[in-house]
Every structure is written in C-alpha cells, then in structure tokens.
Design a protein. Structure first.
Length: 168
C-alpha cells in the first residue's frame, strides 16, 4: 500500500538517492545521465524548505513499505498575468513500483493541489516511447498537443518527446 504526502526537508537524502537510482537505470525515460546528478542533500533540503512557503509550487512523495517510491513536482511557469494559470509537472517512480498505482496517486494529489492553487492548465513532457506513462497521463485527462522531434539524444540516437496538457 502507498500513501502520498507533501515532501518535507527531512526527505532530502531519500530524494537525492531516488534521483541517483533513476539516472542509473538502463533505458530510463528521463534526460539525465548518472554523472549529471550533482544535486547534494543540502541543495535538496534547501529546495524543499523553499517549497514550504511557496503557493505556486509543490512536491509530493509516494511512500511504500516505509520508503519513498515516487515523487512529483508541480510548479507555476511564471508569475506573469498572461501565463500565471499554467503549471508544469515532472514525475518519477521507482522501477519496482511502476504499474502499481503510484503514478496515479501522485497525479491525483498534484491535480487536486493545482486546482486549489488556481491553475487551469497543467503541462508535462514525456518521451514518445514511454507508452505506460502516456496512458496514465491520458487517464488523468491530459491530451497530446505536440511532438518535439529528435528532442532527446541518447548516445547516437535521437528520440521524440511529447507535449501534453490538461485543461480545467
């Protein structure tokens, strides 16, 4: 069983470890190589402390078996009036916990928070090859709005990235 809650500064070490584990996963669908993970626990703690007083951004964690098994960040893209209603999402789930409802629980928490915060457009990017994530996002009301061709480079291969959005 999993639970979802707001991330707190004391989660910093677990979140950095989570990121390092994801970056090392073969074929992972995030544009981050293991040697590019330079975030320290102190950096992450500071980010989480800043989120505690931020009404335009939040991070949620999914906890299963007493450990963080997924995370989702949602944040407004700009305080400018013209786009103040738009927030972007980024999510990751440990490989062994995928397909077990973690992503859906995180998405539901983020959508609820974003709605309460006044956001009426949520956006995300997803690797075009990541069919399970695309299905989850569509289940949560997101629609594909476009394709960024050859956006991601993985070794000598270029991959497409999809832009998806949900409108309230």
């Amino acid at each position: 069983m999993i639970s979802v809650r707001a991330a707190k500064p004391s989660d910093a070490a677990a979140l950095v470890a989570h990121l390092k584990e994801l970056a090392a996963e073969p074929g992972i669908n995030i544009p981050l190589a293991p040697d590019e993970v330079t975030l320290t626990v102190a950096d992450e703690r500071e980010i989480l402390e800043d989120l505690e007083d931020n009404d335009r951004a939040a991070m949620f964690v999914a906890v299963g078996d007493g450990a963080i098994v997924g995370e989702l960040t949602v944040k407004g893209i700009s305080p400018r009036r013209a786009v103040k209603h738009v927030a972007t999402l980024g999510m990751s789930v440990k490989q062994t916990w995928r397909g077990r409802g973690v992503g859906l629980a995180l998405m539901n928490a983020a959508i609820e928070w974003a709605r309460a915060a006044g956001f009426t457009r949520l956006e995300l990017n997803v690797y075009a090859r990541n069919a399970p994530a695309i299905r989850l996002y569509q289940r949560c009301g997101f629609a594909i709005e476009g394709t960024r061709k050859r956006f991601i480079r993985e070794g000598d291969t270029y991959l497409d990235d999809l832009v998806m959005a949900r409108l309230e």
